[in-house]
Design a protein around this ligand. Structure first.
Ligand SMILES: O=c1[nH]cnc2c1ncn2[C@H]1C[C@H](O)[C@@H](CO)O1
Ligand SMILES: [Zn+2]
Length: 364
């Protein structure tokens, strides 16, 4: 790629982007964490200095282990136990994404983590729905169009997946686009929650599964072949099924072939993977190889607070590591939009009327 035409940071921010994998409780503004702790009486924060707190999250999440990384969510969930707090966090997330050029986003969270002070699961979803609507309205007022949907996660270590799947279906017409399982992967295989996935399938519901992040191919295989996942949350360890010979030729194993042949979207989250130890660095992240092999790769933030990242900074990191140009970035974006849990006509509308004209302008 000609480096004189390398996308600038500001151009990357302006480019239309699609985000499928972003945790609501992993994307709070540090200032909001401090303010909500104060207004809701949460006294567990490691510091109430906004800058120090932002740094604390990044450092604490930078542990090389998913289990340690997940411990940091105690504080974000701790300040999100009221309807007002949930609505504020959701509205700010949508506004922040829109400011960063995201035109379609799926925000995920586990409703069961927000019931410590007596909210019902339905009240949690209703509060987030109100916040998302408010965020979309505020972004529109600033000339930043964004459509946002919710994905409801069940936590793998709890036993509430069927309840959360039912909650997902109950709220499917008011902004909840699908279901997921999150939390520690090792020791909690996807089939533990098979009933919930069967419920989703029998109700024509969408779901993705966190698989192939902290555990390997067995997890991906179960997620796809036993549970019927439409997409893989991370899925980065599908690279373990690629054999690279001395002359650089790559051979795909049967599972990798299946994932590529059936165009299963990989919700790849480069910075998060470096923090949890799933990849040694962005330059050595399997993203580059998987994209070269034409897997259906998508770019995602996972947790903007813990990784101190944004969609445009993830794009920038990939451009720096792999030399991607606008055509590549448009391809990742269209991959994501094709894979969204949104009606087909709406996906097409975003691709044809927002993404393609946006990139055409940047490539001109
Ligand atoms: O990367 C992740 N893998 C597994 N679980 C995760 C990841 N990032 C966040 N979570 C968990 C912590 C949150 O509380 C929960 C729902 O958003 O999902
Ligand atoms: Zn995740």
């Amino acid at each position: 790629m000609d480096t004189t035409s390398a996308p600038s940071r500001e151009q990357l921010r302006q480019a239309p982007k699609v985000l499928l994998h972003d945790h609501l409780d992993g994307g709070l503004r540090p200032r909001t964490v401090v303010e909500l702790a104060d207004s809701t009486g949460y006294d567990g924060l490691p510091t109430t200095d906004v800058d120090e707190l932002g740094q604390w999250f990044a450092d604490a999440a930078d542990s090389g282990s998913l289990e340690k990384y997940l411990e940091t969510f105690a504080h974000t969930c701790g300040v999100m136990q009221t309807e007002d707090a949930l609505a504020r966090v959701a509205a700010e997330a949508v506004e922040d994404l829109a400011d960063d050029g995201v035109v379609y986003a799926e925000l995920r969270y586990a409703p069961e983590l927000f019931v410590e002070r007596g909210l019902s699961l339905d009240a949690v979803v209703k509060a987030v729905t109100d916040g998302v609507t408010e965020g979309e309205r505020k972004a529109r007022a600033k000339g930043r169009g964004i459509r946002a949907r919710q994905l409801l996660c069940a936590m793998r270590q709890h036993a509430r997946a069927s309840e959360i799947a039912e909650l997902t279906v109950r709220h499917r017409d008011t902004g909840v686009a699908g279901f997921d399982i999150a939390g520690p992967e090792a020791g909690y295989p996807p089939t533990r929650n098979l009933d919930a996935f069967e419920y989703m399938r029998s109700n024509n519901g969408h779901f993705t599964i966190h698989a192939g992040e902290a555990f390997g191919l067995a997890s991906i295989w179960e997620a796809i072949q036993h549970c019927g996942a439409e997409r893989l949350g991370h899925g980065v360890r599908i690279a373990d099924d690629l054999k690279i010979s001395a002359d650089g030729e790559v051979q795909l194993g049967r599972l990798a072939s299946f994932v590529r042949d059936t165009r299963i979207p990989l919700e790849l989250c480069p910075s998060s993977n470096v923090q949890t130890g799933a990849a040694p660095s962005i330059a050595e992240h399997p993203f580059g190889l998987l994209a070269k092999l034409r897997f259906r790769v998508t770019v995602n933030t996972d947790n903007r607070l813990m990784s101190g990242c944004s969609m445009s900074s993830e794009f920038a990191a990939l451009v720096d590591a792999f030399g991607y140009d606008w055509a590549d970035l448009q391809w990742f974006t269209i991959n994501a939009m094709k894979s969204a849990f949104l009606d087909f006509d709406q996906r097409l509308d975003v691709i044809n009327n927002v993404i393609k004209p946006g990139y055409a302008g940047l490539m001109a």
